[in-house]
Design a protein around this ligand. Structure first.
Ligand code: MGP
Ligand code: SAH
Length: 208
């Protein structure tokens, strides 16, 4: 269990943001190193879930410790996937803390392999961006994203549904995003007046 004294120096910034990441942090939220720096802050996750609320089934392809899956579950049934078993178990535990675990199906596996077998009304993509170093490049390039190519990930998901919500770095090349789909919206998402992330919406997730 993390506390003030055992949080490593490089994670202290995220520890300071813990209630913004999970308002119920003190109810026993489970989180690991990668979880700390990649979880979606609760207010943003709630907003994205509201934007997808008309979708009965949402795939959270990279569920991590569950920041998004928990909020999607308030409106939709969720298929939550992660390749890391222990992080998937943390997501399940955190969903219990929020009382929504019965609305989420947790699948341990590689989304890139599972995708052709899945059906849903919307796919949410929040893949690894290569760690907090993603900001070192002036512009984030979808095609050099590791471990999977960001354009290929989009195209694979588009075979499931045209309705995609893609959570990306704030320094993402916007032209590269708009080139992915004729019907799309790119949104800069702020939290407490700070630009946090860029989100691409396609299909019927695009605002009228
Ligand atoms: P950040 O830039 O690491 O933090 O991440 P912060 O506090 O905005 O930076 P600073 O400028 O104040 O120092 C911004 C947001 O991006 C985080 O809230 C996470 O939701 C998200 N995020 C960060 N990383 C490294 C990843 C990642 O690899 N994958 C995903 N899906 N989200 C990430
Ligand atoms: N949105 C999440 C954070 C996602 S971080 C949250 O709010 O908690 C990205 C996650 O993708 C990590 O947990 C990592 O284990 C997972 N991942 C990486 N490659 C994957 C793959 N091929 N299939 C499924 N999950 C993968």
């Amino acid at each position: 269990m993390w506390n003030e004294d055992n949080v490593p120096k490089d994670l202290r910034k995220y520890w300071g943001q813990r209630y913004s990441l999970f308002s119920r942090f003190d109810d026993g939220i489970a989180i690991d190193r990668e979880g700390w720096y990649s979880v979606t802050p609760e207010e943003i996750a709630r907003y994205l879930a509201e934007r997808c609320q008309h979708c009965p089934v949402v795939i959270d392809a990279f569920c991590g410790v569950g920041g998004n899956a928990i909020q999607f579950a308030k409106y939709s049934r969720v298929i939550a996937i992660d390749i890391n078993k222990s992080r998937l178990e943390m997501a399940r535990h955190n969903a219990q803390v929020y009382g929504v675990e019965d609305r989420i199906e947790f699948i341990h596996g590689d989304y890139m392999k599972l995708a052709p077998t899945l059906k849903a009304d919307c796919v949410f993509l929040s893949p690894p961006w290569g760690g907090p170093q993603y900001l070192k490049a002036p512009v984030f390039d979808l095609n050099t994203m590791m471990p999977m190519n960001g354009t290929e990930l989009y195209l694979l998901s588009h075979k499931i549904t045209p309705n995609i919500c893609y959570y990306l770095p704030r320094n993402t090349n916007t032209k590269q995003l708009t080139a992915l789909s004729r019907k799309c919206e790119v949104e800069s998402v702020y939290l407490n007046d700070r630009l946090k992330v860029t989100v691409l919406y396609t299909g019927n997730l695009v605002r009228k």
